[in-house]
Write a protein that binds this ligand. Structure first.
Ligand code: CO
Length: 486
């Protein structure tokens, strides 16, 4: 047992960050602590569940919450904030009805018990996982269906993005595309869970056109959240999870709770070369949601990932707000060295800490990286909410961090490169921190090369933002830095 006194946080504080934000804002932040770096210009888009209930019914899992996109614009030393919900037809219908009409994939059942959910396989696309700007299109992503396109200036929902009909309106498209820094092309995939599972690869060029689509079959069920792209391979870790659809189809349980880790089965690692047949390697069982990056070294491939040794499932009917973090499996940073010739896989623990939401300098994507930035618990040891931003130097093994404990809870760090310095550590780490003391969120800017020194700027918002998922940065801006408009 962990005594309460040794904890870096209070559960009541943590729970406060999971209240919905119903208001849609549009304003300049007037009081900034510190100074916005002059060369930091552009827009940080973030996505996450903004609304966690319909009417009086709370969704069973935050991953079922309705996508709310925030645009945080840095321009001329000033900061502008805007948030809008992704107005999917399901969101609008539930708003109008004032109750849950759709089953959520992760934990939400329609009210009325099993018979109201019996054989009801319709689920909603909450468009809540990531948001990325590519070739003039701002896309809100959710992996089991097609992207929603938003207006980058107003965040108004424009509709489902089918890339001129290349995607069906409900076709799976990952929330984790990866951009080739050399061409600006976006690599993405979608998986129709089987067995057999159909894995489709997409390439979207810098003009936002879908220019490549290939599909493969994978034996058995595949739950693939993220992947690794290198100039030679597309790499997937097929975690040994089984999906028993019966309780879902019969209406007893939401789909996300029907996953189990198959004991004694390996994780299959699939390497898809740019041409030809895929190679299959195997490693110890484990579960990866997020990869840091991967790169080719001679004939071998290095892959860094956050690995869970068991699947961190939420028990059916459990309340996520009452979760005991000390009992939740911790994700840790591991390095995998893959040898496609011999089939050998070597793995090594890089950092014995509970971490999530990895980031690197975007120009290092698919090439070698030295530094990893990641959300971390305040201290090593027992699992807890993410309260610190940590930097690991993979060459020396040294890490440094800045912690917002006891009352701050961090989101995903995003690396924003310094436009005038190409060095890997030149740039800023920007994250959104929920501050339980003020019950509001802050946008925080840290110097990537000197995390431990703490924020160079804290930008307190007028409200909180419910704990978010992923986001991305573009140097483009859509609001004018006119002080008269403040
Ligand atoms: Co993710």
């Amino acid at each position: 047992m962990v005594s309460v006194a040794s904890r870096s946080y209070s559960t009541t504080d943590w729970q406060l960050g999971y209240r919905s934000l119903s208001h849609e804002y549009d304003y300049w932040v007037t009081e900034i602590e510190g100074r916005i770096p002059e060369r930091l210009q552009g827009t940080l888009f973030r996505n996450g569940p903004g609304k966690l209930e319909a009417g009086s019914q709370r969704y069973g899992h935050p991953f079922d919450g309705d996508g709310m996109v925030c645009a945080i614009t840095f321009v001329g030393g000033r900061v502008h904030f805007r948030n809008r919900f992704v107005r999917t037809p399901e969101f609008e219908a539930e708003e109008k009805a004032g109750r849950v009409l759709y089953r959520g994939v992760f934990g939400t059942q329609k009210p009325g018990g099993w018979w109201a959910n019996f054989l009801d396989l319709r689920f909603k696309n909450p468009a809540n996982t990531n948001v990325i700007y590519q070739g003039g299109k701002l896309l809100a992503l959710w992996e089991a269906s097609a992207p929603y396109r938003l207006n980058p200036a107003t965040l108004a929902t424009e509709g489902i993005e089918t890339f001129a009909g290349a995607l069906a309106p409900n076709q799976p498209f990952t929330a984790h595309p990866r951009r080739d820094p050399a061409t600006g092309d976006l690599m993405a995939f979608g998986v129709q869970t089987g067995p057999p599972s159909i894995l489709v690869f997409y390439r979207v060029d810098a003009q936002g056109r879908l220019v490549e689509k290939r599909d493969y079959r994978l034996p058995s069920f595949a739950f693939l959240h993220d992947f690794v792209w290198t100039p030679r391979y597309w790499i997937f870790f097929q975690n040994p999870v089984a999906f028993n659809p019966l309780p879902y189809v019969l209406g007893w349980q939401p789909a996300g709770t029907c996953l189990t880790l198959k004991k004694g089965e390996p994780t299959r690692i699939w390497l898809f070369p740019q041409q030809g047949e895929p190679l299959q390697l195997q490693t110890e069982p484990g579960f990866v949601f997020h990869f840091v990056n991967g790169y080719d070294v001679g004939d071998q491939v290095v892959v860094d990932a956050v690995l869970y040794e068991t699947y961190p499932a939420l028990e059916p009917g459990a309340d996520y707000l009452q979760i005991d973090f000390a009992q939740v499996p911790a994700g840790k940073l591991w390095r995998f060295e893959l040898d496609p010739k011999t089939g050998k896989v070597k793995r090594e623990l890089l950092l014995d800490r509970s971490v999530e939401f990895p980031a690197i300098h975007p120009a290092r994507m698919g090439g070698s990286h030295r530094y990893i930035y990641i959300g971390a618990t305040h201290a090593p040891g027992s699992n807890a909410p993410l309260q610190a931003i940590l930097r690991l130097d993979t060459t020396t093994g040294r890490s440094e961090q800045y912690s917002f404990a006891p009352r701050g809870f961090v989101g995903e760090p995003v690396f924003i490169p310094d436009p005038e310095d190409a060095a890997e550590e030149a740039g800023w780490i920007v994250t959104v921190v929920f501050d339980a003391a003020s019950q509001r969120s802050q946008v925080v800017i840290l110097e990537a090369a000197n995390l431990a020194a703490g924020p160079v700027a804290r930008i307190p918002l007028r409200h909180h933002i419910p704990y978010g998922l992923h986001g991305s940065f573009t140097p483009q801006t859509w609001v004018e830095a006119d002080p008269n408009k403040g």
